[in-house]
Design a protein around this ligand. Structure first.
Ligand SMILES: Cc1cc2nc3c(=O)[nH]c(=O)nc-3n(C[C@H](O)[C@H](O)[C@H](O)COP(=O)(O)OP(=O)(O)OC[C@H]3O[C@@H](n4cnc5c(N)ncnc54)[C@H](O)[C@@H]3O)c2cc1C
Length: 375
């Protein structure tokens, strides 16, 4: 059995820690912060994420019981610049929950599975000086976006509203708006995150890709204000807000071409390996899945170097095709008629509507959507 250090106890690190400790490895799970702790996020737990965390014994019914803030999601709404939109009701339920609660649950699972916790700030250049490199057989880098390559920037706030001011549909609907003011691929989101009480909470934000952001002559705070005032759904809700938290900005590490996820005995997972969806900024599912695949790679291998080769192989066979398809769709969407065309198709063809909504919800891989659109 190996001695493994996991640096970063977000969804990726906790998933790796859980699976490796369960397989009998000696795992040290290091984080610079203690839990529970906040994370700037849309708080959307997609159906794919639900499936991924179920491998750690975490199920929606248990979370519902434990969390005071929780919102079940039954509808996925896609809109383009107030002009065309589509809302798809899904049989499968997703949910939104603050990361303060969600990440803590994953951390508790990893510790219960046998990981040894350590609170320490560890940067890559410190690994030698702190003796990590020699003390452990394998180091898993799960430090999140700052260890990866930043490709996008996002801003998020919480709005509190009176329950009676929000429609029943909106209370169970994850809305994504592709507004041209946010660049060709930028998007705004409105996700309910707490809907059980008289005062409800929405998570609202925008994400913009750096290559497009640099061309827009403004800043992320202005873009966010512009989104709220120009987007009909956002404006209607904003008029009813009784309290708004100050917005916070955070970067994203979305997919990139020719990604190398292993280097010697250092294996990168989650955002540290740029595994976030290049269209919706959804990263929890791939973070958790990469934790379980990296554990498989280590369990399959007799040496740390074989583990690195196996993790690169598993990345290429389980993540790369879908991330590449997402990048391809992102490139197509530079032509605005593609967005309109797609939503028009969704309105006229229920099968396409279901496919696209399920892809955004993380149930159908992008490469399958691309293949189905060809026929
Ligand atoms: C605004 C915004 C909205 C988003 N919305 C969604 C969404 O709705 N749904 C979704 O699925 N995804 C969303 N994402 C993406 C999602 O947050 C990430 O993909 C996911 O958190 C990645 O998990 P991770 O474990 O790789 O990294 P992280 O969650 O970032 O965890 C990294 C951990 O490493 C620790 N760490 C960092 N540096 C060090 C260090 N030097 N030493 C020790 N510890 C360190 C950190 O404290 C942290 O605990 C969003 C991202 C942003 C920015």
């Amino acid at each position: 059995m190996s001695k493994i250090a996991i640096v970063g106890a977000g969804p990726a690190g906790c998933s790796a820690g859980y699976h490796l400790a369960k397989s009998g490895h000696q795992v040290t799970l290091i984080d610079k912060q203690c839990f529970p702790k906040d994370k700037i996020c849309g708080d959307g737990i997609s159906i794919e994420s639900i499936q991924a965390v179920s491998t750690m014994g975490i199920y929606p019914q248990d979370i519902k019981k434990k969390a005071s803030e929780y919102a079940p999601i039954h509808h996925f709404f896609l809109g383009v610049s107030n002009q065309i939109s589509h809302s798809e009701t899904t049989k499968l339920e997703a949910y939104c929950i603050p990361r303060f609660v969600f990440d803590h649950l994953l951390y508790a699972k990893a510790i219960d599975a046998g990981c040894h916790p350590l609170m320490q700030m560890v940067n890559k250049h410190d690994w030698q000086s702190q003796g990590l490199y020699d003390a452990f057989d394998t180091i898993i880098d799960a430090r999140g976006v700052y260890a990866g390559e930043v490709t996008a920037i996002a801003i998020r706030t919480y709005w509190t509203l009176k329950r009676q001011d929000v429609s029943e549909t909106a209370l169970a609907e994850a809305q994504i708006h592709f507004d041209r003011s946010l660049g060709a691929n930028g998007y705004g989101w409105i996700f309910p995150v707490s809907t059980q009480h008289d005062l409800i909470k929405l998570n609202v934000g925008v994400g913009v890709w750096l290559d497009e952001y640099q061309k827009i002559n403004t800043n992320i705070i202005q873009l966010f204000k512009q989104f709220i005032h120009s987007n009909e759904s956002a404006q209607q809700l904003f008029d009813k807000v009784v309290y708004q938290q100050p917005p916070k900005v955070f970067p994203l590490a979305t997919a990139k071409k020719g990604n190398k996820v292993a280097e010697g005995k250092i294996l990168r997972i989650g955002d540290a390996a740029n595994l976030t969806d290049p269209l919706t900024g959804e990263g929890i599912a791939n973070a958790v899945l990469s934790g379980s695949y990296v554990a498989q790679a280590i369990n399959m291998s007799h040496t740390p170097h074989a583990a690195a080769d196996n993790w690169q192989y598993l990345y290429e066979s389980h993540f790369e095709a879908d991330l590449r398809a997402g990048l391809r769709i992102k490139a197509f969407r530079k032509f605005s008629f593609i967005n309109y065309g797609l939503i028009w198709l969704m309105k006229h063809n229920p099968r396409v509507a279901q496919q696209v909504s399920h892809a955004v919800a993380g149930v159908v891989p992008y490469h399958e959507v691309l293949a189905s659109l060809k026929y």
